[in-house]
Design a protein around this ligand. Structure first.
Ligand code: AHR
Length: 514
């Protein structure tokens, strides 16, 4: 059986929210310090301490939003430590991530400045785990209130007269784990309480996001939807693509889970792996689809009108850190395997975008599945960056209905679908199809029909692939892996027959008839 795809160019569904292509930046390892932020006195070209090369690269992929300051760091972050004269800011220990000194030189003002430079929407995660209701409430007041108040006076004294615009606000992070080890029943009450005092000021209306489940903890979603969703705009699922989940879960009689640390298990190398590990990562990435379906079924029960969104504000691959680097810094290389896994996950998000409003890959620079790696002055773009570049065509485009029959990809008696895809229609009427061939050994022929489109205009293709599963970009060979033109297709009437290389991500753009 050949792979077959039928697209109905008139069957427009919802808009794919561009926020699905969002990013995450935590005070972790070299993401902020030594990544985004090098300080005003650095020899590395910067604006107000922010690296210009990083800003330019991220603007090119149209970064739509940036989540900050964590992660686990958010539930230990006290925002007042990060305002005022830099030399007077408190030095604290970043106890989650490497136990290093955090000098708080990058705080609220610096984050908004970074977002301004990136032309991206800020998304701030508040501290529910170790902070107080008053502290969260005053942070929102400090950032968004335009009247006269103690917080606005403080902001003005720190050099910012007008409030910032802030839409996306998280009320805690992973409160089942590093955000306070709470039972969901307890967290639901807490989120209602904190939420109440995180006020909307003037026309600044917050989009309130609660910490959602860890992966397939459906009980968390159910209780949160039942007890807190009436005051929320979204709940945030966290799920990492990895081999051998390092956290053991146990259930206690009320159905809640406990997440235990087990540091003895390995997440395996980001760069040295075999076909079985490749398959394992693809399987783990595809599991996102099942989790979203199951979470959506629960959300539909309590919110059939889909007012409350699903946000996946942490996702991506997680491997052992690069040998010789600080294990608390989560610095990992990025290969073609990460790219195919990212393309697959983004296809899943597009296909679930009726409910999924936003997603934030972890993390933008030098941490986990990064877009960008830096070494002193040097910067490289990872294969994952190139996938975001290819997929930017889907941002705010109309999701199109399609059917796909895929051949199986088999490894050690287990199977997955070899091809996955998503399709959207751009404002100019072009149809953009992104396809991943997750089989590392076998090319795929895909016979694709586009119905109700009329004669095709120009067709353009791009592909990201390599002969080697672990192809990557390094500081010595920064352009080893980058997209090239994809021309291996034939067209007859409304049928396009594509020959998609093994282990690849393809973008095919079919322009509207002139
Ligand atoms: O992204 C790294 C960490 O993973 C985040 O701090 C935390 O929220 C998650 O467990």
């Amino acid at each position: 059986m050949a792979n077959q795809m039928i697209i109905n160019a008139k069957a427009e569904k919802n808009t794919i929210n561009k926020m699905i292509y969002g990013h995450f930046a935590e005070h972790l390892g070299r993401c902020i310090y030594g990544g985004f932020y090098v300080g005003e006195d650095s020899e590395i070209p910067n604006i107000d301490g922010m690296r210009i090369d990083i800003i330019e690269a991220l603007k090119k992929i149209k970064i739509p939003c940036l989540r900050w300051p964590g992660g686990c760091f958010a539930d230990e972050y006290h925002w007042r430590d990060g305002i005022g004269a830099k030399e007077e800011r408190k030095e604290i220990i970043n106890s989650h991530w490497g136990g290093v000194v955090e000098n708080n030189h990058f705080g609220t003002h610096e984050f908004f400045r970074l977002c301004e430079l990136l032309e991206t929407e800020p998304y701030i995660c508040g501290n529910l785990g170790s902070g107080t209701v008053q502290e969260m409430s005053e942070w929102v007041e400090y950032m968004t209130f335009d009247g006269k108040s103690p917080m606005t006076t403080l902001r003005k004294n720190n050099g910012r007269d007008k409030p910032w615009r802030l839409k996306y606000f998280g009320i805690g992070n992973e409160n089942w784990g590093c955000g306070g080890r709470m039972r969901v029943e307890y967290y639901a009450d807490e989120v209602n309480r904190y939420n109440l005092y995180a006020r909307d000021y003037g026309d600044n209306v917050l989009f309130r996001i609660a910490a959602g489940p860890r992966g397939d903890n459906y009980k968390w979603t159910k209780v949160l939807m039942r007890d807190a969703s009436m005051h929320l705009d979204a709940i945030a699922l966290h799920y990492y693509t990895r081999l051998g989940d390092p956290v053991i879960t146990t259930s206690i009689p009320d159905g809640n889970r406990r997440y235990l640390r087990d540091n003895s298990r390995t997440r395996k190398s980001a760069t040295l792996f075999d076909k079985k590990d490749w398959f394992g990562i693809m399987k783990s990435a595809i599991y996102m689809d099942e989790m979203l379906y199951k979470n959506e079924i629960i959300m539909d029960q309590y919110d059939p009108d889909k007012r409350v969104s699903m946000v996946v504000d942490e996702w991506g691959t997680w491997f052992d850190c690069e040998p010789g680097t600080n294990p608390g810094f989560l610095y990992q290389q990025n290969t073609l395997r990460d790219a195919v896994s990212a393309g697959t996950t983004l296809n899943i998000f597009n296909n679930h975008s009726e409910r999924v409003h936003m997603a934030n890959i972890a993390q933008t620079v030098n941490v986990l599945q990064a877009m960008i790696l830096t070494e002193g002055q040097r910067m490289i773009l990872t294969p994952t960056y190139h996938v975001f570049d290819l997929y930017k065509v889907h941002q705010d485009a109309k999701l199109l209905d399609y059917a796909l029959l895929s051949e199986e990809y088999e490894c050690d008696g287990e199977t997955l679908k070899q091809i996955n895809a998503s399709v959207s229609k751009a404002v100019d009427g072009s149809v953009n199809i992104t396809l991943c061939n997750i089989n590392p050994e076998k090319e795929a022929e895909v016979v694709c029909y586009i119905e109700d489109f009329g004669p095709f205009g120009r067709i353009e293709g791009k592909v990201l692939t390599s002969s080697s599963m672990n192809a990557m970009n390094t500081f010595e060979a920064p352009d080893n892996l980058r997209p090239s033109a994809f021309t291996n297709y034939t067209v007859k009437d409304n049928k396009i027959t594509l020959h998609i290389p093994s282990k690849s991500v393809v973008l095919l753009t079919v322009k509207a008839p002139e």
